[in-house]
Design a protein around this ligand. Structure first.
Ligand code: GRF
Length: 201
């Protein structure tokens, strides 16, 4: 059994999708913990209802990014993770933290990277006038919203789309894409070798 630790900051719908898929599909993995940097993150309620251990490491309680990441790492490592899943975890991470989880930390970003890193990706897509948008799962590296890509899901941008309508369409795909990628990892079929993502059949 592989241990998965999921980090959230808010709603936690991607976390929920991973938890539900792990259960429904009988993955060789357990969700060891859901950890938030915000005490009021809605997703914590769902995790508790599921009987999953939860923890809060509030960034506002720390004077620096380094101190926060050190404290967070300690809590995460208490759950002996094989994989750390960032699911709407709205923090820029320090290089030592990222290095510590090299090859075992995934993120989902709501754009077709390398397009539109950072925030407000759906508005960025609308402003750029692209006809296709989507989401990307990638291994986490020190550069924000970069890192070797694992999988992408695409949606059409439709006439009349707003930031909200586009976000909703992308989110449906995120909830399919992220569990698929996490499952590959816990089945030992997804790895990274010197920056190259390998997916075994
Ligand atoms: C998702 O769109 C995710 O891709 C992005 O932030 C959003 C989080 O939503 N990083 P949720 O907390 O998983 O519902």
């Amino acid at each position: 059994m592989k241990n998965i630790v999921i980090l959230i900051s808010g709603r936690g719908s991607n976390m929920e999708a991973v938890v539900r898929a792990a259960k429904a599909e009988g993955w060789p993995a357990r969700i060891a913990a859901v950890i938030s940097n915000k005490a009021d993150a809605k997703g914590l309620d769902f995790a508790k209802e599921q009987g999953i251990a939860t923890a809060v490491v509030a960034n506002k309680d720390f004077a620096s990014r380094e101190e926060f990441d050190t404290a967070l790492q300690k809590v995460i490592d208490g759950f002996a993770p094989d994989l750390v899943v960032l699911a709407g975890f709205m923090r820029i991470l320090t290089a030592p933290f990222v290095a510590h989880y090299e090859g075992r930390m995934l993120n989902i970003h709501p754009s077709l990277l390398p397009l539109f890193p950072g925030l407000h990706t759906h508005q960025q897509a609308l402003d750029a006038g692209v006809t296709e948008h989507g989401a990307t799962v990638h291994f986490v590296t020190a550069e924000l919203d970069h890192g070797p890509m694992v999988a992408q899901a695409k949606v059409a941008v439709l006439p009349g789309d707003t930031e909200d309508s586009l976000a909703a369409r992308v989110l449906v795909q995120e909830h399919l894409l992220y569990p698929r990628a996490v499952r590959l990892f816990v089945e030992g079929r997804l790895s990274i070798d010197k920056g190259d993502v390998r997916i075994a059949a």
